[in-house]
Write a protein that binds this ligand. Structure first.
Ligand code: PHE
Length: 445
């Protein structure tokens, strides 16, 4: 059987695609919302720590496994565990794949909000005030309309293959998003009330940094933001030629992703305080009002304050966010699609549409039982499933590797001192650290 796998054409192409997967709603919606709910600076501090100590190594392990195996995550984990138990590896891959579907089920809903806001600003520009107001207000009808539109858009890109769109799109759009974020930050910091937000965001209250609830949220957010633990990064790693020097790649992806999250916080947290200063109800008992939807009121209010130019900025901003969400959606969808194509013999097109229908059903369920399911699914995915997958990756790379598994011809290079050190860090420190945090989660729940 000739099985020509699609692939990225260069290291930079890989970095951009992986950064495209990492940078998304997690950075601009998830991170600022969580930071605002968890004391600002304390959250930022713990988030940076967890990213460095755990998420970055997990990202390395995930990409490494995929890169060495050159197969979809289910087969890759199966091969990596083959000496021990191929079945267990494959099962872990399937659990990750379910995580990818879970991620898509809520992510496509929030991405739909972004699309709606893009159109809302455009409608207002065109003088269609009523339509604009309908599009800007969250409602079940709006979810029912925009979630499928978003899923359809993603599917239309994915069925063409990995490098046709992803590489090129990410390269052009990410820099524009960055410039826009910086411009908006400069603007918001000049508004009354912004100082207070800046203070809350940048000066950690160290009394809070040991709060287990905060640590768990920060860990979940870091894993989510770097797209680890569902196989998305593994499948991208498998589309890159075998690479001996992955450290730099992983560092660049982490730096880009964390940088954008930091900037989004620098925009949104001061914006929340500007809104509060202007008389809006923003917090209730130190928590943001309304399931993370508040920033969608705050951002339009911010754009409104800019006058007509605000409408142009607003539509551009939400459009970029929709696209950032699209590149993240693509990597998650690629997990089940690659599995169905490579292991089950589906055509790429059929696999894409089938996965899209599954996602449509699961996000439909979330829309129907929004209050009960939406927050719960996010929490289960980010604080349980993703960390558990990462623990498994650490064990695979640290302990099961080279013990005669199908990938034994390759191993972490031992010839360089720092790499041996790094290997030991992945092997001993990461699993212990992660387990400690995890036991805390269990006790807390
Ligand atoms: N990292 C993406 C974001 O921050 C979300 C994501 C999670 C994408 C898991 C793929 C896999 O928006």
């Amino acid at each position: 059987m000739t099985n020509v796998r699609d692939s990225f054409h260069s290291r930079i192409g890989f970095i951009l695609a992986a950064a495209g997967s990492a940078i998304g709603l997690g950075n601009i919606w998830g991170f600022p919302t969580q930071a605002a709910n968890n004391g600002g600076g304390a959250f930022l501090f713990v988030y940076l720590l967890v990213t460095l100590l755990l998420a970055l190594p997990a990202l390395y392990a995930e990409i490494y496994i995929g890169n060495q195996a050159q197969k979809n995550p289910v087969s890759a984990l199966g091969d990596a565990c083959s000496h021990f138990s191929e079945g267990i590896g494959r099962k872990a891959g399937i659990i990750g794949l379910c995580g990818a579907i879970m991620m898509l089920s809520f992510y496509t809903i929030v991405a739909g909000w972004m699309l709606a806001h893009t159109l809302s600003s455009m409608a207002e520009l065109a003088g269609m005030t009523q339509a604009s107001a309908w599009l800007a207000n969250s409602s079940t009808e709006r979810n029912i309309l925009f979630t499928p539109i978003f899923i359809f858009l993603g599917a239309a890109i994915i069925h063409q293959g990995v490098n046709a769109g992803i590489e090129r799109w990410s390269a052009r759009l990410m820099p524009i998003l960055l410039v826009m974020l910086i411009g908006l930050i400069i603007y918001i910091l000049q508004q009354p009330g912004a100082d207070k937000g800046l203070e809350v965001y940048l000066i950690p209250d160290f009394a809070r940094v040991t709060d287990p609830e905060l640590i768990i949220s920060a860990m979940g957010q870091a894993f989510f933001s770097l797209s680890i633990g569902v196989g998305g990064m593994m499948v991208y790693g498998s589309y890159m030629q075998k690479d001996k020097d992955m450290g730099k790649l992983v560092l660049s992806i982490t730096a880009l992703d964390t940088g954008i999250a930091f900037l989004a916080g620098l925009l949104i947290i001061p914006a929340l305080f500007v809104a509060e200063h202007a008389g809006l109800d923003v917090f209730q008992d130190n928590q943001l009002i309304g399931e993370g939807q508040l920033i969608f009121h705050i951002l339009p209010a911010l754009f409104d304050s800019m006058g007509t130019i605000g409408l142009i900025v607003s539509s551009g901003f939400f459009l970029l966010l929709s696209i950032a969400a699209l590149t993240s959606t693509i990597s998650s969808t690629e997990v089940p699609v690659a599995y169905m194509v490579e292991d089950k013999g589906f055509s790429r097109k059929k696999a894409t549409w089938l996965v899209s229908i599954i996602v449509l059903c699961s996000s439909g369920l979330l829309i129907a039982f929004f209050d009960a399911l939406f927050g719960a699914v996010i929490r289960v995915l980010t604080t349980i499933l993703q960390p558990l997958s990462c623990l498994f990756y650490f064990i695979v790379v640290g302990w099961l590797w080279k013990r005669g598994n199908k990938l034994r011809d390759v191993s972490l290079q031992k010839d360089r001192k720092w790499l041996a050190l790094w290997g030991n860090y992945l092997r001993y420190v990461c699993p212990v650290l992660l387990t400690v945090v995890f036991v805390n989660v269990a006790i807390l729940n």
